[in-house]
Design a binder for this molecule. Structure first.
Ligand code: 5GP
Ligand code: ZN
Length: 112
């Protein structure tokens, strides 16, 4: 399958890793939108949040455990944001489920 993030998981496209285990990979975004900006992705290919089912939803809980671990490791005590863009109007550009974790500045709300 021609999926950029599957290639990052395979290692055919390099990335700067923040965390890895059997189920997920976290790596630094190539075009950071905040001083701290990592992506957390399942190793299993899932297109987007719209494809979460009872069979695969446990990965989402695991991703949030990893986010909390990263927040602790990187001392993000002033807060952070986790966001997943889904579909065209949601601003998704890579069709492999990913959670952005952003920190290190005041993040605007609502999003533009
Ligand atoms: P989306 O726009 O789908 O929510 O997020 C995709 C993210 O992937 C963007 O923030 C973009 O900067 C990041 N990205 C795209 N290509 C690469 C890449 O080759 N390496 C890394 N590390 N990040 C990428
Ligand atoms: Zn993929």
């Amino acid at each position: 399958m021609d999926c950029l993030f599957c290639k990052i998981i395979e290692g055919t496209i390099p990335s700067k890793k923040a965390y890895e285990d059997d189920l997920v990979l976290s790596f630094y975004d190539i075009d950071p939108k905040a001083p701290f900006h990592v992506l957390i992705i399942p190793k299993q290919h899932i297109d987007s949040a719209a494809k979460i089912t009872p069979e695969n939803s446990s990965i989402v809980a695991h991703i949030f455990e990893v986010a909390a671990k990263l927040a602790k490791e990187h001392d993000l005590k002033d807060g952070f944001r986790i966001v997943t863009n889904c579909g065209e109007q949601g601003g998704q550009t890579v069709n492999h489920l990913h959670f952005h974790m952003l920190a290190g500045r005041n993040l605007g709300w609502p999003p533009g």
